[in-house]
Write a protein that binds this ligand. Structure first.
Ligand code: HPA
Ligand code: ZN
Length: 326
């Protein structure tokens, strides 16, 4: 069996996926037409050509603009249904998906429209693809603490269907400590906690995510490798890192896939996983991420299997559900 088929055939969990980042240009155009929204592109090719980024902020500017075509519950359903179909084809049997409610509520789209559209697609994914999923509500870190608290309050009627909270958007200048109180409140409500840290931000942001946000999982975490004491702490705690190789390349977190640190993370005892982040913008879904990093770093099949196992170790599934995959 070639590596391509081996990777797609390996059951895996996806733990770092922004559902708004799975908006393919074709669907962006279809929704723009359906909702009579103007977008600043003439063609699908022109959209793809605009996806060249030199850092995280470059990407975020275009990602938030693209999300403007999402208006109705059906739109959010269709967005997530398209992701689940692609993920299932890649061997994903469990996905924990991020959504950014503030990107939508700040445009006047009610929280209910977003949440119910995503939740109905999640039910369909279980039925049609046997793909289980969980929802993680992310706070936008470039906005303030009050806005995050207001979002948590708006989510209250859905909290039985939301697994946890996360933290995303522009990292540098918006340290985890800014959200310590809202993360504490989320923890008191029984929610899991994850945060993007160490993507562009320094190792100190990862320490803050651990000590102040009390995270259950670390998103990206690449720059942790600059601090040996931090690596020891992450390894000792069995902290899962949700690493995103194609994202790292597209956002210039790594200069070349040949220099990606994924296997160094494994060698240092870190529970690293492979994920797609924003697949419509970064050139591939989860199996493409496994393939790209495996080819560039010469990963063997044991390492690839280890990465898939780690995705279940790090998932927010109970022990019985994990045991069926490990
Ligand atoms: N980093 C931070 N925020 C994000 C990302 C990311 O990679 N993708 C979507 N929002
Ligand atoms: Zn991300």
């Amino acid at each position: 069996m070639n590596d391509q088929d081996f990777i797609a055939g390996l059951p895996k969990a996806e733990l770092h996926l922004h559902i708004e980042g799975s908006l393919e240009p074709e669907l962006m155009f279809a929704l723009a037409q359906r909702n009579r929204v103007c977008i600043p592109f003439d063609s699908v090719e022109a959209v793809r050509a605009a996806y060249s980024f030199s850092n995280l902020q470059d990407f975020l500017d275009i990602y938030y603009a693209g999300a403007d075509v999402l208006r109705t519950e059906q739109d959010f359903h269709d967005l997530a249904a398209a992701y689940f179909a692609r993920a299932a084809a890649d061997g994903v049997v469990h996905a924990e998906i991020f959504f950014d409610p503030q990107t939508h509520t700040d445009r006047g789209i009610p929280f209910q429209v977003v949440a119910d559209g995503l939740l109905s697609a999640m039910r369909d994914a279980q039925e049609h693809h046997g793909l289980g999923s969980k929802l993680i509500l992310c706070f936008l870190r470039h906005l303030d603490e009050d806005a995050a608290f207001a979002t948590l309050k708006a989510a209250e009627p859905w909290l039985d269907r939301i697994e946890g909270v996360g933290l995303d958007s522009s990292e540098v200048g918006h340290p985890p400590e800014k959200f310590a109180r809202v993360f504490a409140a989320a923890g008191d409500m029984g929610l899991k906690r994850v945060a993007h840290a160490g993507e562009e931000g320094p190792p100190d942001y990862v320490w803050q995510a651990l000590d102040l946000l009390k995270i259950d999982r670390l998103d990206h975490g690449n720059r942790s490798l600059e601090d040996p004491a931090l690596v020891r702490r992450l390894a000792d705690e069995g902290m899962t890192l949700t690493v995103c190789p194609l994202s790292n390349l597209k956002l210039c977190v790594v200069d070349d896939m040949a220099n990606h640190p994924l296997d160094r993370m494994l060698a240092q005892g870190l529970c690293a996983t492979v994920n797609s982040d924003d697949p419509a913008y970064f050139g591939g879904y989860v199996a493409d991420n496994y393939r790209a990093v495996a080819a560039a770093r010469g990963l063997d099949r044991d390492q690839i299997v280890q990465l898939a196992r780690n995705s279940f170790t790090g998932a927010f599934l109970d022990d019985a559900a994990k045991a069926t995959h490990l």
